[in-house]
Design a protein around this ligand. Structure first.
Ligand SMILES: *Cc1c(COP(=O)(O)O)cnc(C)c1O
Length: 427
């Protein structure tokens, strides 16, 4: 499949049925797999042979879909997880342990902010947040001897800042650590971070990849390009023997292409079990089959809504990287030449009370803690997804209290604009 264009991969990559086999990906709804001899099974437990033995570690349905996403991102291997949260945690915890340090963009999803700043802090992993707009010097100054990874979001949810992937990749690589990029909002249809130097890519597949609001899920994709052995002192988990697998050294046995995902599966999934169900993976694949058709429409609607909002007197500012007035317009042209996503945020001049009144009056756009599905929805982050953050943290993340995030779905843009118009008219 790797010679085909992205559109073709969305439809067909990952699963190629043989003669007389099901055309659609089979849902292997089985916890376990049968073997003829204990010896056969023993080889699997020793990572000497590849195969399935228990769906907490691997399941064929999930693997078909992971393989498709790996191809879409241009990676060497991928694993599905139960959620986007699990994907980001696994991507980082696969290389960081107690006593380590992460450099992260401050402009990230609220759930990921809590994961890094609160939960991983409790595990003894420290994080330094830097502005995505920081200079190279400021970025380099954030690194410590124990830094093991750099993290950012291609287009941040909900601040819609655009990450200068090359700048972050350069700093990470100069310090001998990988760049992990959460590419949920653009999807590989609009940006492939590995092409710009990212080493690991994550997604909340709950969003555009599924695209219909039907299944929570995540994915971790490895580029297969980071040379763990060249920095073996920093990554003992990958570069020294794993006693829980009879002394296998992942980076030696599975090479650059396979080490990261094999360790992530055989250690983290084995021990933490945040596995995606085969049923959810099947639904995710249905979404992926039309991802390349849906994303341009999300972008078209997002652009039209952003341009409409920008011209309204009740709106103080509109945040959408596709607007010429946007701070990130040039960088978005570079990394997202076909547009980014359908999510737009804006601030009403009346602040928080106006935001509440406006949202109550919307008819087509529903109030939901969600983005990136076929139906338009909106949210006030300060009172929902980001309510754990204080005003200073909200400001640092670029999310004022009166901000509204609207996720433009696949409806007709004229209907969406008419809905916004009537809701604004009550202010
Ligand atoms: C939603 C989201 C997550 C978390 O994903 P879940 O599937 O909800 O766990 C992580 N990163 C980004 C950018 C998101 O939008």
């Amino acid at each position: 499949m790797s010679d085909y264009k992205l559109n073709t991969k969305c439809v067909q990559a990952g699963y190629t049925p043989g003669n007389g086999e099901p055309r659609q990906i089979p849902i292997i709804q089985s916890t376990t797999f049968k073997y003829d001899t204990s010896e056969d099974m023993g080889k699997l437990f020793d990572l000497e042979a590849s195969g399935y033995f228990y769906s907490r570690l691997q399941n064929p349905t999930c693997d078909y879909v992971a393989a498709k996403i790996a191809e879409l991102e241009g990676g060497s291997a991928a694993m599905l997880t139960s959620s986007g949260q699990a994907a980001n945690f696994f991507a980082l915890f696969n290389i960081c342990e107690c006593g380590d340090h992460i450099v992260s963009s401050s402009s990230i999803y609220g759930g990921t902010f809590n994961l890094l700043a609160v939960t991983m802090a409790k595990m003894g992993i420290e994080v330094t947040f830097v502005s995505p707009d920081c200079s190279e010097d400021e970025l380099n100054a954030a690194f410590k001897d124990n830094t093991k990874a750099v993290f950012g979001e291609t287009i941040a949810n909900p601040a819609l800042t655009v990450l200068d992937i090359e700048k972050f990749a350069k700093a990470a690589h100069e310090h001998g650590v990988p760049l992990v990029v959460d590419n949920t909002f653009p999807t590989p249809v609009n940006c492939r971070p590995i092409e710009w130097g990212a080493d690991i890519v994550t997604h909340s597949t709950t969003k555009y990849m599924d695209g219909h609001g039907s299944a929570v899920g995540g994915v971790v994709v490895d580029s297969g390009k980071f040379d763990w052995m060249a920095h073996a002192d920093k990554f003992p988990g990958l570069c020294t023997p794993d006693e829980s697998y009879h002394g296998i050294t992942y980076a030696e046995k599975f090479g650059k292409e396979g080490a990261f995902i094999t360790k992530c599966t055989s250690q983290l999934m084995r021990d933490l079990g945040c596995v995606q169900s085969p049923q959810s993976a099947f639904l995710l694949n249905l979404g992926l089959e039309s991802l390349h058709v849906r994303m341009p429409r999300h972008v078209e609607n997002g652009q039209a809504v952003a341009e409409f909002l920008e011209a309204q007197p009740q709106v103080t500012n509109v945040n959408y990287p596709g607007l010429k007035s946007n701070k990130y317009y040039d960088i978005a042209q570079k990394y997202l030449p076909n547009g980014g996503c359908g999510v737009v945020s804006f601030e009403l001049s009346g602040g928080r009370p106006a935001a509440e009144k406006f949202m109550k009056n919307l008819k087509l756009a529903a109030i939901e803690t969600h983005v990136a599905d076929a139906r338009t929805c909106c949210l006030n982050p300060a009172t929902s997804t980001h309510r754990q953050m204080n005003d200073e943290q909200l400001a640092a993340a670029g999310i004022p209290a009166g901000l509204i995030r609207i996720s433009c779905g696949l409806e007709d843009k004229e209907d969406l604009i008419a809905d916004l118009k009537q809701a604004l008219s009550v202010l």
